[in-house]
Design a protein around this ligand. Structure first.
Ligand code: FAD
Length: 344
């Protein structure tokens, strides 16, 4: 009989991130397919009370908590100690967690301490003949593998955005506090602050409905023989402001910066989509001024509906990579679209 533990850390305001609710959603699906399985929730953070209330309706048999100022910040030693104590206390055989930076860093180590195994970047879970199987992608999302394991505890770290989030009404819940004794060396690393870009400058938005991709064409000479980079910047910024889309880029465009050419100032290599870039998950994608070559479009694997605007009717998008290709000037299209969006 499996005991499923959902492990989550609370945010600085005491809440649970949507990714944690996705891990809970995956655990509920698993529990439904394993009739004897017990579900438990383990929370770690400075305070866990509010997070526990938020999952009160999940049907968890026990809600366990490790709390205190030592567990507020992301730090391997304390995160691992909390995860280890919660897993032991629950007697968990399957441990599900969201693939946050915090969990990805500590859970493989915790699995080693407990003689278990960890699998990360899991995108789906299933049960066949009473056995749990997980799937993940390999070799830059080219091959999907499905595997099962006999070792327990088995830590299954699910990719954010791959699972439907659990939702339910908040309510009262009794949290069983799990004591963790920390050595001084566990507190040796201190977090002195968090540096992040201003909200307006944040162009990567994993929760956005739409991925907007800018290609190198935005910086190329146009029909009048001139480049129009400042106008491209304005059009893209306005589009992002009006739609709250997430901004992706082709490799060629982000590489131009290193070659000393005029580029869009708000792009970095973090925006790059593709074989050597990111593989984000969004319901829709719109590519602009990009050729749609395989090393780029491989990063679109998890985009639901794909559209592209390119001047080239023979570009990669036209060869089965996009659902719809608009053979058009992206400057003209975006000017018009922004005008319509601004009108509401
Ligand atoms: C090992 C390897 C790994 C790679 N990894 C990646 C990766 O991770 N991600 C990635 O993106 N690439 C990657 N590449 C590079 C990839 O093969 C392409 O070179 C790159 O994607 C091309 O970028 P692009 O389409 O923006 O630029 P270009 O090929 O220069 O295409 C620009 C396009 O813009 C169009 N255009 C110009 N003006 C307009 C206009 N006004 N309106 C509409 N369309 C216009 C042109 O018709 C053209 O189709 C990799 C390559 C290799 C060899």
């Amino acid at each position: 009989m499996e005991t499923i533990l959902v492990l989550a850390h609370t945010e600085l305001d005491g809440s649970l991130a949507p990714t944690a609710l996705e891990a809970l959603g995956a655990a509920k699906t698993l529990q439904a397919a394993l009739p004897d399985a017990k579900l438990m929730i383990g929370l770690a953070g400075e305070r866990v009370g509010d997070a526990a209330k938020a999952v009160a309706a999940s049907g968890a048999a026990r809600v366990l908590g490790v709390s205190g100022p030592d567990f507020a910040v992301s730090r391997y030693a304390t995160d691992a100690a909390a995860a280890e104590a919660l897993t032991r206390s629950a007697g968990a055989t399957l441990v599900l967690a969201a693939g946050t930076a915090r969990m990805l860093r500590c859970l493989p180590g915790v699995a080693a301490r407990l003689g278990g195994r960890a699998d990360t970047h899991v995108t789906s879970l299933s049960v066949a003949d009473g056995k749990v199987f997980v799937s993940r992608w390999y070799y830059r999302q080219r091959m999907e593998g499905t595997l099962t394991r006999a070792q327990r505890p088995w830590f299954i770290v699910v990719d954010p955005g791959s699972q439907p989030a659990w939702s339910g009404a908040p309510g009262p819940v009794a949290v069983e506090e799990v004591a963790v004794t920390l050595t001084d060396s566990a507190r040796r690393t201190t977090v002195t602050g968090v540096r992040q870009v201003a909200a307006d400058a944040q162009t990567i938005r994993p929760d956005a409905e739409l991925l907007f991709v800018a290609g190198a064409g935005w910086t190329k000479k146009q029909a009048d023989g001139q480049t129009h980079v400042p106008e491209a910047e304005t059009l893209i910024r306005d589009f992002l402001r009006l739609t709250r889309a997430s901004l992706g880029s082709s490799k060629s465009l982000v590489d131009l910066g290193g070659e000393g050419q005029a580029v869009l100032s708000f792009l970095s290599h973090l925006n790059q989509i593709g074989q050597t870039g990111a593989t984000p998950r969004h319901p829709k994608g719109l590519s602009t001024c990009c050729h749609g070559e395989e090393p780029h479009t491989v990063g679109w694997r998890f985009i639901g509906e794909r559209r592209a605007i390119s001047l080239d009717p023979n570009c990669g998008w036209a060869r089965g990579k996009a659902d719809v290709l608009y053979v058009a000037d992206a400057f003209a299209v975006l000017r018009k679209v922004n005008e319509l969006l601004a009108r509401g």
